[in-house]
Ligand binder design. Structure first.
Ligand code: CUA
Length: 172
């Protein structure tokens, strides 16, 4: 089992245990003597819950917003790569770019929605973008390290969706 698979297994296990605890709590709350709701206490708890959720969402936003690869503008010296998605292949030209210099992916689809997902050579998603017909989708991305980056379709687009694979080579 790889490190990512281990992390996923641990996270799923913890989520399952928490889910079971909540389910048991809900089941137990329906048993026994019928109690009437203390509205004041419930309102107080609801405010506390709201504060926890707001804090959680704001923290998550601040921790992740700077990692979002979208919205960056291409500089004048950006390398341009044209991508056309079509059942069940990507046309990528050129399929070779340089590391350490912006790449502007200019993408569209000829038929239906596809997901253009670029993976790191060592695994894990670098970025992904939906590509749809009659619309040009742009993503600016800088590859830090040379290597062969696998490309996968990340939107179900038909019977051979799973075979919609490609790659891009990044040189130093
Ligand atoms: Cu293209 Cu799935």
């Amino acid at each position: 089992m790889g490190p990512t698979a281990t992390i996923i297994a641990i996270v799923y296990s913890v989520a399952t245990i928490i889910g079971c605890i909540i389910a048991i709590g809900v089941w137990r709350s329906t048993r026994g003597e019928r109690k009437y709701l203390d509205q004041e206490r419930a309102a107080h708890r609801e405010n506390g819950w709201l504060a926890i959720m707001v804090a959680f969402l704001v923290t998550t936003l601040l921790l992740t917003i700077f990692l979002v690869p979208y919205g960056e503008s291409a500089k004048a010296d950006a390398q341009k790569v044209n991508v056309i998605g079509q059942q069940f292949a990507f046309q990528i030209s050129p399929a070779k770019v340089k590391a350490g210099q912006q790449v502007e992916f200019i993408m569209t689809s000829k038929d239906t929605t596809h997901g253009f997902g670029v993976e790191y050579p060592t695994g894990g998603i670098a970025f992904q973008a939906q590509i749809v017909p009659e619309h040009t989708q742009r993503v600016v991305w800088t590859f830090k390290d040379p290597g062969v980056y696998p490309i996968v379709c990340l939107e179900y687009c038909g019977v051979s969706h799973h075979a919609m694979l490609s790659k891009i080579e990044v040189t130093s």
